[in-house]
Design a protein around this ligand. Sequence first.
Ligand SMILES: Nc1nc2c(ncn2[C@@H]2O[C@H](COP(=O)(O)OP(=O)(O)OP(=O)(O)O)[C@@H](O)[C@H]2O)c(=O)[nH]1
Ligand SMILES: [Mg+2]
Length: 337
Amino acid sequence: MSDGDAEADAGSVVAGNRRAVGKLLTRIECADPSVLAVLDLLYPRGTHVPILGITGPPGAGKSALVDQLIARFRARDERLAVLAVDPSSPFTGGAILGDRIRMARHNTDPNVFIRSMAARGHLGGLAGAVGDALIVFDAMGVDRILVETVGVGQNEMDIILHAGTVVVVQTPSGGDVVQAVKAGLLEAGDIYVMNKMDTGGVDRAAAALRDSVDFRHPLNGSDAWRPPVVKTQAVEGTGVDAVVDAVLAHRQHFERFPHQLEARRRLQMSAVLVERVAALWRFRNSTQHPSGPAFEYWLNEVMARRSAPSAAAAALLSGFTREGIADYAPAALRPGK
Ligand SMILES: Nc1nc2c(ncn2[C@@H]2O[C@H](COP(=O)(O)OP(=O)(O)OP(=O)(O)O)[C@@H](O)[C@H]2O)c(=O)[nH]1
Ligand SMILES: [Mg+2]
């Protein structure tokens, strides 16, 4: 694909062409390397759109909440992009299809772009695909981006690495808090939602969550954000206005304390970079047998005990390109020279 094509694709995204956005996301999903040139053009043209992450255990009501949030933000005349990350994990217990369809009712609204993403083939894994999709969303001219991911194990990290505000959805059911602690969700949230308030034990569960969250977010001075705990019934929309208020308040908090937002972005971006480095290496070695002149060269060096493995690894890393590994074997070091 030529540079001109990349320019044209990037231009269509910036112009808000939904078809172009959709095609680009498909190319990201299936790890089409020609997409990298488009992302390079789009990234500097991003507009720092606020990203709202919604995470929590399977079936907690994340999609139902997102559906309600879309309606609320649309009522405020915001243009939205929504990414539903599908980890294709065996844990997923919610009524995916039903709720996706319910959420998809907004797709007829020209100011809402909804997309779900699986992306196991992506160079940077699912986290990489989400990051790349967010670059596209950030450039397409929307006012807010919503991302839903299941908060199990590593998957909630996809959101935490990118979102300016993270909403953690819980339910009163017994195992949730234990699972949340395990998944690191009690450190991750800026806002906590105790959903399914129509089911039993919600007040006790919300109070226990309040205590756990306070315990993990010690208030260091008056400029610290105290994550609110909001009770909701996401299908009917009860309590969702309070979630919206909390989202807007969190944004205002960052406007008052911009250094906190800056510090968070820096921390997130360093994690993104580290993850990208690791992903490049994993990709290379999961898709093909490690080979090529550079790998062979350094393998031989290690086998012959001329180079320690760590030194060879560092040399190999220095020869990385994002498509894989460059043919990197310094001529001066080649055997026989
Ligand atoms: N009773 C009750 N049911 C709810 C509530 N919110 C969601 N549900 C139901 O719970 C089920 C799961 O809701 P989803 O919105 O799909 O949950 P999810 O967290 O998106 O699920 P996954 O994406 O599969 O992890 C659905 O059958 C919803 O209708 C609620 O507040 N009360
Ligand atoms: Mg869902």
